[in-house]
Design a protein around this ligand. Structure first.
Ligand code: HEC
Length: 136
């Protein structure tokens, strides 16, 4: 009987801790959902397979730089110039003007979702991460 009580106690602690760890910090209410232009940009980003060479939050191909915060770090005009003309290292993929507008809107949307690499964060006693400048 005592073993069952210990098991139930440990199982309840495991369940509570797991549900906390897997849900803490996953609220996205402070980011407005994608509008039509941003969604179109996400499609363009997939269609031209930009992720073959670029990353968001460090995930993707590694030929080109991470694009998570390219809009706030470098500006929309800078990003637009690369996409319009290409460089010696990045091919000019021949996007139409409306596709470029959409992909810039999408990059601006991604930029609002967070910072990469992460800055100003604390690791809490639970092992999850809390951002000091989190707008929530
Ligand atoms: C074949 C690989 C490749 C593909 C595909 C590619 N890029 Fe690039 N991109 C690069 C490389 C390499 C650079 C760095 C170029 C340089 O500095 O001359 C770059 C630079 C950029 C930059 C400037 C980033 C910075 O921080 O300087 C932006 C913005 C960008 N690419 C957007 C895109 C978008 C949007 C697409 C899809 C439509 C795309 N790229 C597809 C390779 C690629």
């Amino acid at each position: 009987m005592r073993h069952r009580a210990i098991f139930c106690g440990l199982f309840a602690a495991f369940a509570v801790y797991s549900s906390y760890v897997y849900t803490a910090g996953t609220e996205t209410g402070h980011i407005a959902p994608m509008n039509d232009a941003e969604r179109r940009g996400a499609e363009v980003f997939q269609q031209y397979n930009c992720v073959a060479c670029h990353q968001f939050y460090g995930l993707g191909g590694y030929m080109g730089p991470d694009l998570t915060n390219v809009i706030s770090n470098r500006g929309a005009g800078y990003a637009r110039a690369f996409i319009m003309a290409g460089t010696a290292a990045m091919p000019n993929l021949g996007l139409a003007t409306d596709e470029i507008d959409a992909v810039i809107a999408y990059l601006a949307f991604v930029d609002k979702t967070g910072r990469y690499p992460a800055e100003n964060y604390d690791v809490q006693w639970t092992g999850s991460v809390a951002y000091q400048d989190d707008p929530q």
